[in-house]
Design a protein around this ligand. Structure first.
Ligand SMILES: NC(=O)c1ccc[n+]([C@@H]2O[C@H](COP(=O)([O-])OP(=O)(O)OC[C@H]3O[C@@H](n4cnc5c(N)ncnc54)[C@H](OP(=O)(O)O)[C@@H]3O)[C@@H](O)[C@H]2O)c1
Length: 341
């Protein structure tokens, strides 16, 4: 094999506040060969995700913090260059968690094979991967929108949010999306059929904009964002409303938690269900979720959008852009051209 070296991104230091390029560094190492049960994979695409910000803190959470100087792991797709695992062969496309590296050496049990005939391979990191499953299980298992109910989703122009809104429409709900850009909102309304859209940066006061958009109150609030947006949504919740608590991106860069209005009395008196969830909680039902999402995509009922930036060197920039809303849909980075295609 011509290439003998691997390159990967590591944390140079832990960000305080919003991450910047200086917090990331490229490391080189000799490329090893896989051992029994492993694959050597050439990375084609990597995912950048808001949850990675949590792993940049030295704090106990549901997944371990990234170690300084070690590869930043996360969702990736690549082509198998060498297999020492049963059931995988050279040339296969796989998705796994080796992250921001040019090559991955991975345990075959920790990856899944992708069939490029079924859908573009990038969808395995988006609508037909972790992102789609997050929207699917959060909306259906917790939000459970009913025909005629009102569903509000924050972070609506992002990867998870735009799928949530479309699932809400499939289930017959009236869907209101909140995002930070008119361009995103135009797409949500004109292309995806959202009923109303709100720009949280310009439609102020937000509470009044929400009241206008939700004359019958809110039955499901899919929360991707938290902070001021959630504070404005809570007073409009109807009796027995449900909140799938998916993410709190507006708070991820805070060093100290900020106190908002005390919302628990409102949740109490309206008998609201607030449930935090992690997509991994639904691992046993993953196949079912992917099957239904895939069917909706094939039927044209579920559209997806990917924001693809080119170049390994641009991975940190793509990640940082999540916090200023650069992406419409799923943010990915193309690390290498797939020479087989
Ligand atoms: N629970 C789980 O298992 C799970 C799994 C996946 C993702 N998540 C969470 O789901 C949320 C969405 O993830 P995603 O992958 O779909 O990311 P994304 O929405 O594609 O990207 C992040 C978006 O968040 C918005 N945003 C950033 N900072 C904000 C702020 N301060 N206030 C309001 N909006 C802000 C930006 O859009 P604007 O232009 O609208 O500002 C940005 O485009 C995140 O909170 C993530 O942590 C949870």
């Amino acid at each position: 094999m011509a290439e003998q070296m691997n390159e990967y991104f590591a944390l140079a230091s832990r960000p305080a506040g919003t991450p910047a390029l200086e917090h990331f560094t490229v490391k080189k190492e000799e490329l090893n060969m896989p051992e029994d049960g492993q694959l050597l994979v050439k990375t084609l695409y990597v995912s950048v995700d808001p949850y990675m910000r949590g792993r940049m803190k030295d704090a106990k959470s549901y997944s371990a913090p990234y170690a300084i100087g070690e590869p930043i792991t996360g969702g990736s797709i690549g082509r198998v260059l060498h297999s020492r695992a049963d059931g995988f062969k050279e040339g296969d496309i796989v998705a796994g968690g080796w992250g921001w590296q040019r090559y991955g050496i991975i345990d075959s049990k920790a990856c899944r094979r992708i069939d490029p005939e079924l859908a573009p391979i990038t969808t395995a990191l988006g609508v037909l991967g972790m992102t789609g499953l997050t929207a699917y299980f959060g909306t259906l298992r917790i939000g459970n929108p009913q025909p005629g109910e009102t569903l509000v989703v924050s972070g609506a122009g992002g990867a998870v949010g735009m799928i949530v809104g479309q699932i809400g429409k499939i289930k017959g709900a009236r869907v209101i999306g909140i995002s930070g850009s008119d361009e995103k909102n135009r797409y949500l309304k004109e292309e995806l059929g959202f009923d109303e859209v709100i720009n949280y940066k310009t439609d102020q006061p937000l509470a009044e904009a929400l009241e206008r958009a939700c004359p019958d109150g809110i039955d499901v609030y899919f929360d991707n964002v938290g902070g001021d947006i959630t504070d404005a949504v809570i007073p409009l919740l109807n009796r027995n409303a449900r909140i799938p608590l998916c993410g709190q991106i507006s708070l991820y860069n805070q060093e100290k938690p900020e106190l908002g209005p005390r919302i628990l009395p409102m949740l109490l008196t309206r008998t609201v269900l607030l449930k935090g969830f992690l997509v991994g909680d639904y691992a046993a039902e993953q196949e079912e979720g992917l099957r239904e999402l895939g069917q909706w995509v094939r039927e044209g009922r579920l559209k997806y959008r990917e924001n693809i930036i080119d170049g390994f060197d641009n991975i940190p920039e793509a990640f940082i852009g999540l916090f200023s809303g650069e992406n419409l849909g799923k943010q990915l980075v193309r690390v290498a051209e797939d020479e087989e295609n």
